[in-house]
Structure formats: C-alpha cells, structure tokens
Ligand binder design. Structure first.
Ligand SMILES: [Zn+2]
Length: 273
C-alpha cells in the first residue's frame, strides 16, 4: 500500500510504499532528485486508515484484517506509552528506557496472546482497574476469526459494526492515555533524527503529517481545519446502559469520524494495493 508525496525539486507526485519505520527514501520518477520522507504516523493509525479506505471502497473483507491489525498494534502502542511514561518519572535515560522496552517486547513480539497479557497488566497498573473490555465480545474476536481464519464473507453492516467497535475502543484508550502518547511520538522522532543525521548531501528531508481517523482529533489545529466532535450529537457515554446502547454509541462515533475525516483519506486510495 502506498501514499502520494510531491517531489521537493520538481513537484511531481511520486507514490511511495509505507514503511514500518516511517522513513521513506525516495528517488523522483520524473527528475531523479533524491529525498527522504519522514511520516509522523503510528502503525496502528496507518492500519486503521487503510482499513477505512478499504471499507469505503467496498473491500469489506480486507478491511477487517486491517482493523484487527490496527487494534493489535494499538495495544503495543499503549504498552510502549505506559512503559516510557513510567521511565520518564525516574532517573533513567530515555534511550536506555527505550532499549529495555525494545528488548522486552522482543519476548512477546511473535505471539499476540502474550502482547494482550502485557497490555492487560499495563492497563491495570496505569488505570487501577480491570480492562473490562478484553472479552471476546468487547474485542469482536469471534467475528474477526470467522473472517480472517475461516474465510467468512462478512456483510458491510457487520464490518461497519466491527470497525465502529475497534474505533470506539482505540478512541477511548487514547483519551485515557492523554499526554502519555507523546512519549511514543518522541521515540519515533528519535528514529527520524538518527536517520536524518546519516542522510548524504543532496538528499532533501521532508516531514509529513497525514490526516487520519485518530490524528485529526489528537492533533486538532495542527492539521487541516476540522470541526471538533460535537459530543452533543452523540448518545451520552454515561447514559450507555446495555449492549445495544453501546453499539449505537460506537456506530454514532465512528460514522461521525467517517463523515468528518473519511474524505481526507481519499489521498491514500491506492494504485499500490
Ligand atoms: Zn522530481
């Protein structure tokens, strides 16, 4: 999957494949000028936005895989934010804290069940309460497995409900994380700075911040102008009593985000699928 980025020398719109690091070395297809695009976006954001694009384009089944991956990567993001926030309150150097975190994550990286265990503990320690949403129903696990592992062909409505559930959960946890999320952003800036220092002469560095389903809200004001979410239009969170109310709330939240930010994702509509 790729994204468009204009050449800093001639303006030609090159398409570049997303990398995991956010660092993209580009040679312009038109003028051969070299540049390096640093994309300020977390992996869960890229995945959720790709899922949203797939859903809007009618690829319901592919969308489920992206949403499921986005949720897993978000749990990693949460653990990283928590661990770095904890370290920030101590004498420990940020680089050392990050290295210890990376080393620890390697023990769980290949198994999502282990990662879920890490997340559950991080949530308990940070919030002082049980992550009550970590149930098969709360995570949409059965639906996800039917689609991803058993080849079920989901309806658009089912995928919409799943996407809304994942969106509402990430949105809520991002709100709870608050400033802690900045620690992971800082880690990404560190990776960028190290790469920037090694760039050869004649390569132009370009920093990009893409709009997205989450970023637009988290960085309100720094991206394209967006209206704040008018919570008055949504069923009150505190008023949510039953499962049906919760579903209605999730749907309303997701549909509103889609209406506000979906068009901004149009740029990612890929030739590179
Ligand atoms: Zn060019």
């Amino acid at each position: 999957m790729d994204f468009p980025t204009p050449c800093p020398a001639c303006g030609f719109e090159n398409r570049v494949a997303f990398t995991e690091s956010g660092v993209h070395d580009v040679t312009c297809a038109q003028c051969r000028a070299r540049s390096c695009v640093f994309l300020r976006k977390q992996r869960f954001e890229v995945l959720f936005d790709l899922g949203t694009r797939a859903l809007m384009d009618g690829y319901a089944r592919e969308a489920v895989a992206s949403f499921a991956a986005a949720l897993e990567r978000f749990f990693e993001f949460y653990v990283r934010a928590f661990a770095l926030q904890q370290a920030a309150g101590t004498e420990q150097d940020f680089g050392a804290a990050q290295a210890a975190l990376d080393g620890t994550w390697r023990h769980v990286a290949s198994q999502s069940e282990r990662q879920l265990g890490m997340f559950a503990l991080a949530y308990l320690l940070r919030e002082g309460r049980e992550p009550e949403f970590l149930t098969p129903a709360g995570l949409g696990t059965d639906f996800r497995n039917r689609v991803i592992h058993r080849g079920a062909l989901p309806t658009r409505a089912e995928v919409n409900a799943y996407a809304a559930g994942v969106f509402a959960l990430i949105d809520r946890l991002l709100t709870e994380l608050g400033e802690a999320a900045a620690h992971v952003e800082l880690a990404q800036e560190g990776v960028f700075a190290a790469h920037l220092a090694r760039l050869p002469d004649g390569v132009t560095a370009v920093f990009e911040e893409h709009p997205g389903m989450f970023r637009a809200r988290r960085f309100a004001g720094s991206g394209p102008a967006l209206s704040p979410v008018p919570k008055a239009d949504l069923p009150a969170v505190k008023g949510v009593r039953g499962v049906n109310d919760a579903r209605a709330f999730q749907q309303a939240l997701f549909q509103q985000a889609l209406a506000e930010r979906g068009a901004l994702l149009q740029a990612f509509k890929g030739s590179g699928r």
